[in-house]
Structure formats: C-alpha cells, structure tokens
Design a protein around this ligand. Structure first.
Ligand code: FE2
Length: 386
C-alpha cells in the first residue's frame, strides 16, 4: 500500500494560478438523501437539527411514485425522498444502503456546459440536460455518476425565482423549531473502497478539474488499532471541498471498512456544516437529543493551549464550555478551528454530521484525528465491529 503522500499545502491560490476552470461551481445547491420514511426524517431534521420547511413534492402536487421534503437552514438545503411503491428504483438504493446521500447537487451558471465538459472527460451520464419550467421560470438540470451509487447533479437556476425547483410547492408548516445556527456546507466526505482513493482523486482532477490540496497518509491517521488514508479535493474557487477516504491496514478493522460493510459500498461518510458559534449550536443540538462522539479526555484539553501557542494563535472562546460540550480544537499556520462529530444519524453506522467553526484555519482537524478515531473505535467496539 502506497505510503508516500505529499506534504500539507494550504496555498490554494498558488495551485490554481493560471488554471482554466472548465467547471465553475457557485456552491452546493442541495443534498438529497434517500430515506425509508421521509416524513419522519423531516421531523427529525427540523426538531433536532433546526432545519425549516421549504418545499414539498408528493401525491398532493401530482407526483405519484415518491415524496420529497425540502428543508433549509441558511444556505443548506436538504432533500429527503422516499418511494411510494415497491417498483421505484429508489427502493433498491434504500434496501442496499439504508438511509444515505444519493445526490450532491452543485449550483452552476451553465448546467449543459457542466454536463458536456465532465462527460467528455469521462464522467458517466446520470441525467442528460433537461429544462424544467413552471410559473416562476426555468431550471436546467443534468447529472453524472461519482463514487458508488452517489451522483452529482448540476443545477442552473439563474432564470428561476420559485421556492426550490419546478415540481415542488412551497411547504408551509405550523411547526417551526428555531434554527441552531448552521450556515453552509463546509465539506462533504466520501468513503471509497480499498486501494480506490487515488483513482477517485484522479477522477475529480480529470473530470471535474479539482485539485488535491491536502493529503493524509495512514502514518498520520491511525491509532493503535486502525488506520485510514485521506486526500482533500477542492474546486478552483475553493467553495467545494470533497475529502476522499479509503481504509488502511491496522491491527483491527478500519472505521472506513466498517462504513463500506454497512453501506455496502462507497458513499458519503459525513456532511460538515459550518456555524459562527459552535458553543451555542452544539449546546442546542445536545438539548435537542443529537448524540455526539464521546468527549476527549482531560489531557486533550490541557494540550490545546500549547498547540495554539505553537502557531501563535489565541483561543477566543472559553475552554470550559468547549470541554463540557466535547468540542475539539485544531490549529495551523493560518488560524484554528473548532469541530465535533455526531454519532451516525441512522441505525447503520454510516452517515454522520460534523459541526465546524473556522477561525482562520483551512485544514480539517488533522491534529484531532487521533483523539477522534479513538472515540470512534470505542463506538465500534460497542457495536462489535472493531
Ligand atoms: Fe470533516
């Protein structure tokens, strides 16, 4: 197994200097999950995560075979979809993977061009460009396959001012729990199979024009028992970041292998959502029943000030609430970041969320990997899958 990995490089601008971006991306448009019961999932994401009702498609809007609830919190849009019969191919996805991310939709200026540029570079087509219209204008959609059964949709909405997409109606609900302060998707991580990471890195480079701007090998990401490797892919303007993980050999089972076993293939491992006030966000999430990985030990928090000093940064938050809430801190040359990880949000140990507050740092918490993975291994051990 290859162990050589490039050194850390945060100089995105340098990498992209002079590069032609054939796939300009404006941001993440939405993330669609296929779930067993969209109505109940929607309630969970509203109640526990502070999302708001945005749009709906189903029997009442003329859709016969599935139902989709669209939720929003600041710039984050989640779509939760369930089939309404046994013949919908959405069932196959749920039978195989359980609840999980099907679509990572990207907001583009020109969906037809995005489709043409990526398919001519080798992307497998999922949906040829289609124009969908309603009284609020038109949207152009197209899609390509990525790892596993996950797809990227390209969404062009410059000529549209409806609530979400044609085919959806505004969803007015009397039940509106308050937001917890989640702002936007910071990054989304994919888990791929043994030895497949570099192939997907190459795919994001060749097909999507992304660059590999950070790499971690299994010497950096390991505990006494298990290991993984990760490379972070970013698009030209840095708005879209997709780290890609693969399992690595260790004394016991890698958490990535556990994911692959239970998801029955590659897929989205976690969605990292940003907040401006992680103490407030995590306090509310905990009150609303969201479970997080266990809190790092006392020694971890003793080491934090030293780690920040190494980089000449000063922690602006009180360390006590961070400690109480189990929030982790990492630093690099440019600043620091605060982060915490939920337990899986469905019964299979697959998809989970990360809450992140960036205080200048552009990394992914490499300094926390050891503490984090030890905590995941405690969970794996409880599940009998370590
Ligand atoms: Fe992450």
């Amino acid at each position: 197994m290859a162990k050589e990995v490039k050194s850390v490089n945060y100089g995105l601008e340098k990498i992209f200097e002079g590069a032609q971006d054939f796939l300009p991306l404006l941001g993440t448009d939405y993330v669609e999950l296929y779930v067993g019961n969209a109505k109940q999932s929607a309630h969970f994401y509203k109640t526990a995560f502070g999302f708001h009702s945005l749009a709906y498609a189903g029997l009442e809007t003329g859709v016969k075979d599935r139902v989709s609830y669209v939720l929003v919190q600041d710039k984050i849009r989640l779509v939760l979809t369930t089939p309404l019969n046994s013949i919908s191919p959405i069932n196959d996805h749920i039978v195989k993977h359980g609840d999980g991310v099907k679509v990572v939709a990207l907001w583009v200026e020109d969906a037809k061009s995005a489709y043409e540029e990526t398919t001519k570079r080798g992307a497998k087509s999922y949906l040829e460009p289609v124009v969908e219209k309603d009284e609020y204008g038109e949207v152009v959609k197209a899609g390509i396959h990525t790892y596993g059964e996950t797809v990227h949709m390209f969404i062009e909405r410059k000529n549209y001012n409806g609530t979400f997409l044609p085919g959806y109606e505004k969803w007015e609900s009397d039940y509106n729990p308050s937001s917890v302060g989640l702002k936007y998707i910071d990054h989304m991580v994919g888990n791929v199979g043994w030895g497949e990471m570099n192939q997907w890195v190459q795919w994001y480079e060749d097909v999507m024009g992304f660059e590999n701007f950070l790499s971690f090998d299994d010497k950096q990401i390991h505990t006494e028992y298990s290991a993984l490797m990760s490379k972070v892919m970013s698009n030209g303007n840095g708005r879209i970041k997709f780290p890609i993980n693969e399992p690595a050999e260790g004394k016991k089972k890698s958490q990535i292998e556990e994911y692959l076993d239970f998801y029955e293939g590659p897929g989205v491992q976690h969605i990292a959502v940003a907040t401006d006030n992680i103490i407030s966000t995590v306090s509310q999430l905990r009150q609303r029943g969201i479970e997080f990985l266990s809190t790092p030990p006392e020694e971890y928090y003793k080491a934090v000030p030293v780690r920040l000093e190494e980089f000449d940064h000063k922690l602006r938050e009180d360390i006590e609430p961070l400690k109480t809430l189990g929030i982790m801190i990492d630093a690099d040359e440019e600043g620091y970041l605060l982060q915490i990880f939920t337990k899986p949000v469905q019964d299979r140990p697959t998809l989970f969320f990360e809450i992140i507050q960036r205080m200048g740092a552009r990394g992914f918490g490499a300094g926390n990997f050891k503490a984090l993975f030890e905590s995941i291994e405690r969970e794996q051990s409880n599940r009998g899958t370590l």
